[in-house]
Write a protein that binds this ligand. Structure first.
Ligand code: SAM
Ligand code: FES
Length: 349
């Protein structure tokens, strides 16, 4: 195991059969060495820095029906909301005062947010906060739409590929196309976005071979950001009662992603903190370098319930900021409130 980890560290790649061997044979004795090497690799480009992003969950309406997702359109028990332009701008204002220089606007695929509405929103945020980066995460859209949103000032786009195995993807996403998801990611790249792909760990019927496919896909796509989190079941979905992923197996994937794409911006996800009070700190120590505290108004937080027992739903933005900063520092890292672009990007002053 140790020699495989060293080989991966050195070459920043490993054949699929060796990745599979690592995933299936790592144990409590060898995994800490993998995490150590992933952290060492991260330090080369990002030192001890952890970037902060202000997350605004601005709509929980969704026309899609991902079988794992708590806010899927067919879940009639969800109390649906969408924030007004004014409410979103208030979140940005509060975030800016707290020091955030990246706003992540995330939501379901909500038809209310046409290109026209989103372009106006993005332009207004950019005019008010020209020194901030805007990340959008609103699912699959057309080439024209992504082009317009980029032109309006969007810097980054998060669209997890969810799983790189076609049959597994199709079993989880009714009426969605595996090819279209991937095409969207390549389109976003072509348009010059900093792109975030990513996947869930512990999906029902997911095998170690599927996880190798996920790693191979990110190695090929070379996204600037990689969101990796455990799948956590939600009772109001068709996957109710399934087992879900663990922190340990997710940490291994975070560390492997870091070693394959050393410059990636890798978030330590809320889902990790949900499964384990120290989950986010553990992810930082396994190579993650981004956290996304919530800036959404507290009265809508509980309504954006993707999975059960999601944490931080009652906390004010200022509290989240402070809490996470404390966690980052106690884990031995330094908080950076700057835009935090990918290491290959230089934004002129
Ligand atoms: N609609 C956008 C999209 O499809 O990219 C963004 C919102 S979507 C809720 C954000 C991410 O939440 C998904 O990419 C998925 O990986 C994650 N997610 C959804 N349900 C989850 C669950 N039950 N457990 C863990 N992560 C989940
Ligand atoms: Fe649309 Fe989850 S099914 S956000």
């Amino acid at each position: 195991m140790i020699s495989l980890i060293d080989l991966l560290y050195k070459n920043e790649d490993l054949e699929d059969n060796l990745l599979l061997e690592l995933i299936t044979h790592l144990d409590a004795d060898t995994a800490p060495y993998l995490f150590e090497k992933a952290l060492e690799k991260k330090s080369i480009f990002y030192k001890d820095t952890v970037y902060m992003r202000g997350l605004i969950e601005f709509t929980n309406y969704c026309k899609q029906n991902c079988n794992y997702c708590g806010i899927r359109g067919k879940n009639t028990t969800v109390d649906r909301y969408r924030l007004s332009k004014e409410a979103i701008l208030n979140c940005c204002e509060e975030g800016y005062k707290l020091g955030y220089r990246t706003f992540v606007l995330q939501g379901g695929e909500d038809p209310f947010f046409t290109d026209e509405v989103l372009v106006d929103l993005i332009q207004t945020i950019k005019e008010s906060y020209p020194d901030c980066a805007i990340t959008l995460s609103v699912g699959e859209r057309s080439y024209e739409s992504y082009a317009l949103l980029k032109q309006a000032g969007t810097d980054r786009y998060l669209l997890r590929h969810e799983t790189a195995t076609k049959s597994l993807y199709e079993s989880l996403h009714p009426n969605m196309s595996f090819e279209n998801r991937r095409n969207c990611l390549f389109t976003l790249k072509e348009l010059g976005y900093q792109v975030g792909a990513g996947f869930m760990v512990g999906l029902p019927n997911q095998t170690p071979t599927d996880l190798v496919a996920d790693l191979r896909f990110i190695k090929e796509l070379e996204p600037e950001m990689i969101g990796i989190g455990p799948y956590i079941p939600h009772d109001e979905t068709p996957l109710k009662g399934s087992k879900g992923g663990t922190v340990e197996e997710t940490l291994v994937m975070v560390a492997l992603a870091r070693l394959l794409l050393p410059k990636a911006l890798l978030p330590s996800t809320t889902a990790m903190g949900t499964l384990d009070p120290k989950g986010r700190e553990k992810a930082l120590k396994a190579g993650a370098n981004v956290v996304m505290p919530n800036l959404s108004p507290t009265d809508v937080r509980e309504k954006y319930e993707l999975y059960k027992d999601k944490i931080c739903t009652g906390d004010e933005a200022a509290h989240c900021r402070q809490c996470i900063e404390g966690r980052i520092k106690s884990a031995g890292f330094r908080v950076d409130m700057g835009r935090g672009d990918h290491a290959s990007i230089h934004i002129p002053e």
